[in-house]
Design a protein around this ligand. Sequence first.
Ligand code: NDP
Length: 337
Amino acid sequence: MTDDSTTTLSLDEVRELARSVLVASGMDERGSAVLADLVQMSERDGPRSHGLRMLPVYAQSFSSGYANPVSSPRVERTAPGVLRGDGDNGYYQIVAAKAREELIEMARENGIAAFTCSNCHHLGALRFDTGPLAEAGLVALGVVNSLSMVVPQGGVRPVFGTNPMSFACPRPGGEPVVWDQASSMVALMDIRLAAAEGHDLPRPAGLDPDGQPTQDPNAILESRSLLPFGEHKGAAIAFLIEVLGAALAGGTLSVDNANREAYGALNIKGGHTLIAIDPARFGNETFGVYVQRICAEIEGNGDARVPGDGRLKNRAAVKADGVRVTADLMAQLRELQ
Ligand code: NDP
């Protein structure tokens, strides 16, 4: 029998719960602090699928020996504008936390700088990788490849991961613009949700085991073949991410990322690239005014909104009402503590 009751936690309680579960799972204090922040930010801004629900998955990745809970990542400058990371088989955010200040400094010095990283695991939602650069006044573009699930346009088997990309830039007078999106038409989590709720998807979002487009979520989960967003255009973006992520960083190609021993989103050990640009070095002193103008043209334009601003609404609601956690998840987390 399932328990439908929920517990409401403050964001501080979410962070502390995450930290204690990670420490109990064998992670060191430094790494636990970084991942606990990521869990807290995911519960605050969304997507919640990357928040508390990830904790049992992190714990499993350590107990199975798949990921290193006490990683000692390395970061090395290989050219004036290139910073290279090795995650020591730990989680990406831990390397990124180590690299961020240096990347910002390099972008300010050179106008543009890039960080690539391999030998590391799933980074969660990309928005938390690009957002801090925009808060520092930079424009950021981040990509990561993942586990092959997206079929190229007209193809019959997956080549690309759900390969997300994220863009962020400062917005004078307001929070930075930050958006991130997967290369699949529908997120894997939403397909799982439709299967659990027993209904079809609104449009064909994947292939059935015979290679035919289908709206049936169970058939898509069986084939593990998703369609790209925007047909051939989305497939081309997934290609770009595979090259800028896996190939440039020397990470694992999505087709080779098939460790079925680790479950959930964690059977991913791709390559990451984060590009930081300092607009102040490009000569347009009114860069910020341009951003404001673009946003102003979107706001109040029918139902349109600036991409990524939905997270600000989530943030305000969670700060006011707290985070609701189901009894089942809470029980699972207490057991891991
Ligand atoms: P969505 O399709 O839900 O949203 C994509 C982006 O568009 C978001 O920034 C969203 O921000 C914005 N958006 C949504 N609706 C609108 C609208 N009507 N107008 C303007 N902007 C809108 O995201 P995905 O399902 O594609 O991706 C979900 C998450 O999963 C991302 O955070 C991604 O980074 C992550 N991911 C991670 C992977 C990994 O391997 N690490 C793999 C794949 C995905 P908002 O709603 O806040 O405005």
